[in-house]
Design a protein around this ligand. Structure first.
Ligand code: 3PG
Length: 184
């Protein structure tokens, strides 16, 4: 599945920070049953790789790894069963590694230069991160104008209340957010 197909599975990609891998599978089952097939597990907790492996067993789930910062994490995430990779920014090294591995890849961008670096590498699907802190909807509208081919998944500071406003932008395919799986 390429990254565009992953982004089109549902309008919201839950960004999951999980401390207890034992909770991963039931959480994935609940999310998939609710229509959320693309699930991003952030590599911010020791339980993340095991959680990815558990969630990947759930029928219909397309599990990805988020907060991927280097090649070693990328390879470990793929080995655990991740089918897409999300990084907060776009470096040449992680970008090239994802392309070489042939894995769906959603790198973070926040500037025109970031997008141009991605286009140079053949990438045109991006996470706009951190979406609200980087200027919110006006910033993404302005950034989208010169890059008609690019599509975005804004993430960072988006809420259930504001998601529809982002999703109304023609350049936005889906949004990401941790609100749906808040620890509580
Ligand atoms: C991410 O890693 O994508 C962000 O931490 C998610 O941002 P949010 O917690 O504001 O939704």
């Amino acid at each position: 599945m390429n990254i565009d197909a992953v982004m089109r599975l549902a309008p919201v990609i839950p960004v999951i920070v999980i401390d207890d891998a034992a909770r991963a599978r039931p959480l994935a089952e609940a999310l998939v049953a609710a229509g959320h097939r693309a699930l991003e597990v952030t590599l911010r907790t020791p339980a993340a790789f095991e959680a990815i492996a558990e969630m990947a067993k759930v029928e219909g789930a397309v599990v990805g790894a988020g907060t991927v910062l280097d090649e070693a994490q990328l390879d470990r995430a793929i080995a655990a069963g991740a089918r897409f990779i999300v990084s907060p920014g776009l470096t040449e090294r992680v970008g090239r590694a994802a392309i070489e591995r042939g894995i769906a890849f959603l790198p973070g961008i926040a500037t025109a230069a970031d997008i141009m670096r991605g286009l140079d590498m053949g990438l045109d699907r991006f996470k706009f991160f951190p979406a609200v802190a980087s200027g919110g909807i006006p910033a993404l509208k302005a950034l989208s104008a010169p890059f008609g081919m690019a599509r975005f998944c804004p993430t960072g500071g988006i809420t259930e209340a504001t998601a529809p406003d982002w999703l109304a932008l023609p350049s936005v395919v889906c949004v990401g957010g941790s609100w749906m799986t808040a620890p509580a």
